[in-house]
Design a protein around this ligand. Structure first.
Ligand code: SF4
Length: 336
């Protein structure tokens, strides 16, 4: 694997050149961004982020609202809040540098088993077992582990442990990630090009693409809500969502409750002549899907409790989460 990695490694902005040690801040940030998000989507966001907050000290001193806005569209916003919280702990309690061992890394906000192992291995060369979705797939095939996920994770991790080397554990982890991403792909693994094919039980058994076996997905509940677009001259009303809960702390368009049946105008920011648009916006969250109706009105009120009048022409700088960006686009498409 290490020979293969030396020849085929992906060049990524958060990786160090061969033979050099990667910067722990960049490794950590990239690993957090890459959870649930593709490399292609992360690349430009990573570059913009490190230009603005290049190290722990800068991130610890950042305005959290600006951080949340910079995260907009990447989803799972607790990750962004935890980045700031962890940077503050690193500055206050660890002299501005990450602790080097996996156990202490895990005490930091948001650093779960995976991220702590990835940072310990890639940034500090510690032997740590790093299992992301790509590695999970490679290992399940290599050892022909056919118990369905998520139950198979214990066996996959134990198997990964047996092949993780003492030396160059970080390069080994990245090699497995690259193999999963480019060779041992979900639907059509390129087994003939794979450096592991002589040892791969999944390949030998003839149908590696069926691994890892996934448990049947449960249908997600459907919720409904209304998004309120309240316009005053060339501005629109934004609110900040409560700090705790879904999309917590993010700037957003006002919404009413998210419930099982259409709530209509319940929760509108003002009582006025709302017009319902003949369009809806749909979005999938981890635990439910939501369909939101759009209600639109104009006002000349100057004071609005808990609200912020934001120039519509600069709405792309508000850092709205994807759901609200979609709603704004739907309203503006019609108005334009
Ligand atoms: Fe994956 Fe095929 Fe390589 Fe096995 S031989 S690890 S299934 S690409």
């Amino acid at each position: 694997m290490l020979d293969w990695y030396d020849r085929h490694r992906r060049v990524l902005p958060w990786r160090a050149p061969p033979g050099e040690t990667a910067d722990a801040y960049r490794v950590w940030l990239s690993e957090v961004m890459l959870q649930q998000t593709t490399v292609a989507a992360v690349r430009p966001r990573f570059a913009a982020w490190v230009a603005r907050w290049p190290d722990f000290a800068a991130l610890a001193a950042a305005d959290e609202a600006e951080v949340m806005a910079a995260w907009a569209g990447l989803g799972y916003y607790a990750r962004a809040r935890n980045l700031v919280a962890a940077a503050k702990v690193v500055v206050a309690e660890h002299g501005g540098a990450f602790p080097r061992d996996e156990a202490t890394l895990r005490t930091l906000p948001g650093l779960g088993a995976y991220t702590a192992a990835a940072v310990a291995a890639i940034a500090f060369g510690q032997r740590a077992v790093v299992v992301d979705a790509n590695v999970e797939r490679v290992v399940a095939r290599l050892f022909a582990i056919d118990t369905p996920l998520p139950g198979a994770r214990v066996a996959i991790r134990a198997a990964a442990e047996t092949v993780t080397p003492q030396a160059r554990a970080g390069d080994f982890a990245q090699a497995m990630m690259d193999l999963g991403s480019g060779v041992c792909t979900p639907r059509k693994p390129s087994c003939l090009l794979c450096p592991l094919n002589a040892d791969c039980r999944g390949f030998r058994d003839g149908a590696p693409e069926r691994l890892p076996v996934k448990a049947a997905k449960k249908a997600k509940p459907q919720r409904h809500g209304t998004i309120f677009w309240l316009q005053r001259d060339d501005d629109v009303l934004l609110v900040r969502r409560p700090g705790k809960g879904l999309l917590g702390g993010m700037r957003a368009l006002p919404t009413g409750p998210w419930v099982e049946t259409m709530p209509g105008l319940e929760g509108a920011p003002v009582a006025t002549g709302w017009q319902m648009r003949n369009a809806t916006v749909s979005h999938g969250f981890t635990h439910f899907d939501i369909e939101l109706s759009l209600a639109v009105a104009r006002t000349d009120a100057h004071q609005m409790a808990d609200g912020l009048w934001w120039p519509i022409a600069e709405l792309d700088r508000a850092g709205l989460p994807t759901l609200f960006a979609k709603a704004a686009a739907a309203v503006l498409r019609r108005d334009g």
